[in-house]
Design a protein around this ligand. Structure first.
Ligand SMILES: Nc1nc2c(c(=O)[nH]1)N[C@H]1C(S)=C(S)[C@@H](COP(=O)(O)OP(=O)(O)OC[C@H]3O[C@@H](n4cnc5c(N)ncnc54)[C@H](O)[C@@H]3O)O[C@H]1N2
Ligand code: MOO
Ligand SMILES: [Mg+2]
Length: 400
């Protein structure tokens, strides 16, 4: 059986470019940028006034002038107006472009204005004060947002500012989510005493949606022929198939055999981990990938986050996420020779330490406790005892 790290390497060796598309920039939040955004002109594009007040030439201060005749009032959006004499000033508003004849702004709070004359109430004045210099933030042609990152609201504001009405973004792979099992009924149906409602497939869909990806869903009954037929159809039309259930040792776990009969090469089956030991991963001759997650809800949930989202980030060209570490709040013992993904609830202590409280559950079928869980803590395979205060890597799936 392979280790978690070996499984990760095998999955990350299966990267493919799914192409790019151009979208109106307003529809781009949550997509991944496939191009760098450049400044079409300097930022700011002119010497921008940052306080309402008056604009003067600083040489007037050097000459000892302290009252100024207001030549005109200039609003933001108006063409800059020159003064002709150091005794003059322009009454000017935040956001206005400064003319070359003035270089210093005095705020209204530091002035007394009467009969068209502004008198200074302060003496400490610095040349260039209250001006956001042209090109101070970025020069024309500078990159304001690099490729290979999610389009955030901040990036939307930059795109708008530099006139990028359309953005080139990465295409998502086409993903089909498949549930299987005759014990599963639809959400709107009333299950018999021996049935349950489907949930894993909705969880997967919701997680993908959080990452901007809209996936399709399909349910397959426990029938070998139908299983094979449906899988064959999906392998032709989708880049990735995410299955949950039907891959362990049960008599009706038809998925692995059906996949192999359909020329989906098994790249691994079973990983030294809990939950999720029966995880199956393979690739069809045509390049379609199959992540077949173990049906127990916590196993599906963990494998989706730990493996599929890692693969998705890599496919989209996103930089690897920095590792996050937390301190175990209680002693914990786990003896099987498997890497344990411990469900934990996180909180910051008064000392600013991220503390991880194990969430006591009833195994990987207990999805009720997932709602109380913030992250999985990865406990090293080679150890059995984990002490309170020790620090281990965690994978967040909720923000804290
Ligand atoms: N003899 C052995 N039996 C099992 C082993 C083993 O090593 N030897 N491994 C166990 C582990 S660990 C897991 S995890 C499960 C994986 O089973 P399958 O992937 O075959 O999944 P199913 O048998 O179809 O279902 C398992 C469990 O999950 C529920 N399930 C499935 N799909 C959904 C869904 N879409 N929504 C909600 N719940 C779902 C299903 O009803 C079962 O209760 O195998 C163990 N057995
Ligand atoms: O993978 Mo199973 O989830 O250990 O129950
Ligand atoms: Mg099974």
């Amino acid at each position: 059986m392979i280790t978690v790290e070996e499984a990760e390497l095998i999955i990350l060796a299966q990267l493919k470019d799914y192409g790019t598309e151009t979208v109106p920039f307003e529809l781009a939040p949550g997509r991944v940028l496939a191009e760098a955004i450049e400044a079409d002109r300097d930022l700011p594009p002119y010497n921008r006034v940052i306080m309402d007040g008056i604009a003067i030439a600083y040489k007037a201060i050097e000459q000892g002038i302290s009252t100024f005749k207001i030549k005109i009032t200039q609003a933001a959006g108006e063409q800059p107006i020159d003064i002709n004499d150091a005794n003059e000033c322009i009454e000017i508003m935040t956001g206005a472009a400064l003319s070359a004849s003035v270089d210093t702004i005095i705020r209204y709070e530091d002035l007394e204005i009467e009969n068209g004359t502004a008198r200074l109430l302060i003496t400490d004045i610095k040349q260039g004060q209250n001006i956001h210099q042209k090109g101070k933030d970025k020069k024309q042609g500078d990159i304001v947002a690099a490729a290979n990152q999610y389009v955030t609201p901040a990036i939307i504001s930059l795109a708008a500012s530099v006139g990028k009405a359309h953005l080139l973004v990465k295409k998502w792979p086409k993903v089909m989510i498949i549930s299987s099992g005759d014990e599963l009924v639809d959400v709107a149906d009333s299950p018999s005493d021996y049935q349950i409602r489907k949930s894993n497939n909705y969880t997967i869909k919701a997680v993908l949606k959080q990452h901007g990806l809209n996936a399709d869903m399909l349910h397959i009954p426990d029938d070998p022929e139908i299983t094979k037929q449906q899988l064959q159809n999906c392998l032709q039309s989708y880049d990735v198939i995410l299955l949950s259930g039907g891959i362990s040792m049960g008599k009706f776990d038809y998925i692995p055999q059906a996949l192999e009969e359909l020329q989906v090469k098994k790249l691994f089956h079973k990983v030294q981990q809990r939950p999720g030991k029966p995880f199956w991963f393979g690739r069809h001759d045509n390049g379609a990938l199959v992540f077949a997650f173990p049906g127990n809800p916590v196993a599906t949930f963990m494998c989706l986050h730990r493996y599929f989202l890692l693969w998705l980030d890599a496919v989209l060209g996103l930089p690897a996420k920095a590792h996050v570490y937390a301190q175990l709040a209680h002693d914990f013992i786990f003896t099987p020779p498997l890497k344990y993904f411990l469900q934990v609830k996180l909180n910051f202590t008064k000392q600013g330490i991220l503390s991880a409280q194990p969430v006591e559950g009833n195994g990987s079928g207990d999805f009720a406790n997932l709602a109380d869980t913030d992250a999985f803590m990865e406990l090293p395979l080679e150890r059995n005892e984990f002490k309170a205060g020790e620090v281990f890597k965690i994978r967040l799936f909720k923000s804290v």
